[in-house]
Design a protein around this ligand. Structure first.
Ligand code: ADP
Length: 347
C-alpha cells in the first residue's frame, strides 16, 4: 500500500467574488511539499485571486484553504499573511527601494543569525557582492533574484509566485527559469505560480492547473495538458494547432488531412480535429495529402512551413531538420494519428 503524501497547500471548493463579480468558483487543488504547480490561463480568469487568497490577502467567500493541514482561510476567518509561513514573489518584485539588497533579504528574518542567513541566500543566487547595493542599482534579472532570495530566506513551507518573470526580456527569462526552479526544488516548499504563458508553465511545473472564467478546467502534467487537453480552448491555449473541421463516418473522422479512427464519436457528428504543427510531417515524395508550400522558413533549429491544401485549408508544419522546400512546390502531408485531438465542433 502506498501512503499518500499529505498536502502542504490545499484549496477546498474555494470561491471568491469582488462585489457581484465572481472571480473564482468551486476551486479545489492540493499541492505536496516540493511540488511546483502552475495556475495557467488567460488574463482575468482568476489566477491572481487564488494566489491572493492563499497568501491571506483576500478572504474567501466560500470554501477553505489549508496549509500543512491547518485551516488558514475560510469565510470570515483569515490568518494574517505573515503568520502563514508563505513566501511571496510578485511581478514587479516589490523590493523595498530604501533598503540595501542585504536588508531586503534579511527583512523577514529574526534572531541573531539573520545577517548570515541573508548573506548565504544572496550567495546562493550569486549576488553576495551586491549586498550593499540598492534595488535601483540592479538589473531586472538581479532584482528578481533578490525578490526570490527574500521570499526563500525564512524557509517558507509554501511559495507563491505571481508572473515572476513577466517584466524580464525573453532570453533572461529563460535563463532565470532554470535557476529559479533549482532554488524552489532545493527549498522543499510547495510552490504555486501564476502565469498566462504556457511555455513558462511547461518549463517550470510538475503540474499545470488550466483555468478559464474562474473555473478549473484541467489539472495534469505538462505532457498531459499539451498532448491530451480537455477541450479545444485548452489545446489552442497551450500551443499552436491546425484546426481541421470534419465529420464522423463509420467510426472515422474525415478531414482534409485524411481519415482517422474516432470510435467514441456518434455517426454523423461534426467535430474539430486538431493537430499540432510538429505532428504533421512533410513528405517530399508526395505521400499523404497533397498541399502547396506557401512559405518555408528556418527559425533557429526548426523548419516552419505554411501550406495550403487543395480546398484552401491552411496548415502549419514545424519540424526539426529536413530540406527547405521551395515556395510553390507540391508536397505531401502526413499526420501522426496518435497526435490527433478530436473535439466537438464549435457551434
Ligand atoms: P488573472 O490573475 O487570471 O488575470 P484575476 O484574479 O486578477 O485574474 O481577476 C479575476 C477577475 O476578477 C477578473 O474579472 C478581474 O477583473 C476581477 N477582479 C480582480 N481584482 C478585482 C478587484 N480588486 N475588484 C474588482 N474586480 C476584480
Amino acid at each position: 500500500m502506498t501512503v499518500a503524501t499529505p498536502a502542504m497547500l490545499e484549496f477546498d471548493s474555494v470561491g471568491h467574488a469582488y462585489g457581484s463579480k465572481v472571480a473564482v468558483e468551486d476551486f479545489s487543488l492540493a499541492l505536496v511539499p516540493g511540488e511546483v504547480a502552475c495556475l495557467l490561463g488567460p488574463s482575468g480568469c482568476g489566477k491572481s485571486t487564488l494566489l491572493r487568497l492563499a497568501a491571506g490577502l483576500e478572504s474567501p467567500a466560500r470554501g477553505r484553504i489549508r496549509i500543512d493541514g491547518r485551516t488558514v482561510s475560510e469565510p470570515g476567518r483569515v490568518l494574517a499573511p505573515e503568520r502563514r509561513g508563505v513566501g511571496l514573489v510578485f511581478q514587479d518584485f516589490a523590493l523595498f527601494p530604501h533598503l540595501s539588497v542585504e536588508d531586503n533579504v534579511a527583512f523577514g528574518l529574526s534572531g541573531a543569525g539573520r545577517r548570515e542567513v541573508a548573506r548565504a541566500m544572496l550567495a546562493r543566487v550569486g549576488l553576495v557582492d551586491r549586498a550593499r547595493s540598492f534595488p535601483h542599482m540592479l538589473s531586472g534579472g538581479q532584482q528578481q533574484r533578490v525578490a526570490l532570495a527574500r521570499a526563500l530566506a525564512p524557509r517558507p513551507r509554501v511559495m507563491l509566485l505571481d508572473e515572476p518573470f513577466s517584466s524580464l526580456d525573453a532570453r533572461l527569462r529563460e535563463a532565470l527559469r532554470e535557476e529559479t526552479l533549482a532554488l524552489l526544488r532545493e527549498s522543499g516548499a510547495a510552490t504555486l505560480m501564476v502565469t498566462h504563458d504556457p511555455d513558462e508553465a511547461m518549463a517550470l511545473s510538475d503540474r499545470i492547473a488550466v483555468m478559464r472564467d474562474g473555473r478549473l478546467l484541467q489539472v495534469g502534467s505538462p505532457a498531459d495538458i499539451y498532448h491530451r487537453p480537455i477541450d479545444a480552448f485548452t489545446a489552442a491555449f497551450l500551443g499552436e494547432v491546425n484546426e481541421l473541421p470534419g465529420q464522423v463516418r463509420s467510426g472515422r473522422v474525415e478531414t482534409v488531412l485524411g481519415a482517422f479512427a474516432a470510435p467514441a464519436w456518434a455517426e454523423g457528428a461534426w467535430v474539430t480535429a486538431m493537430v499540432r504543427p510538429e505532428a504533421v510531417r512533410l513528405d517530399l515524395h508526395g505521400r499523404g495529402q497533397s498541399a502547396t508550400v506557401a512559405d518555408a522558413r528556418q527559425i533557429g533549429e526548426a523548419l516552419v512551413l505554411r501550406l495550403v491544401c487543395a480546398d484552401g485549408t491552411r496548415i502549419r508544419v514545424r519540424q526539426i531538420g529536413g530540406v527547405v522546400p521551395a515556395a510553390g512546390s507540391n508536397v505531401g502531408l502526413v499526420v501522426d494519428p496518435d497526435r490527433l485531438m478530436v473535439f466537438p465542433a464549435a457551434r
